[in-house]
Design a protein. Structure first.
Length: 51
């Protein structure tokens, strides 16, 4: 299974991009769940987030 450097670079970049967007959505989801668990109002949550 030989992959040319160009193909490898492209695939790694594509996987990096997809995982990056996925992790961003994951982070948003986790922050939302954290907010729900803490029971904060949006304002309190923003203050908490930037501590």
């Amino acid at each position: 299974m030989s992959i040319s450097p160009v193909e490898q670079k492209t695939s790694s970049t594509a996987s990096k991009r997809s995982s990056g967007s996925k992790s961003k959505a994951q982070q948003r989801k986790e922050r939302y769940q954290l907010k729900m668990r803490l029971g904060l109002t949006p304002v309190e949550y923003e203050l908490y987030r930037f501590h």
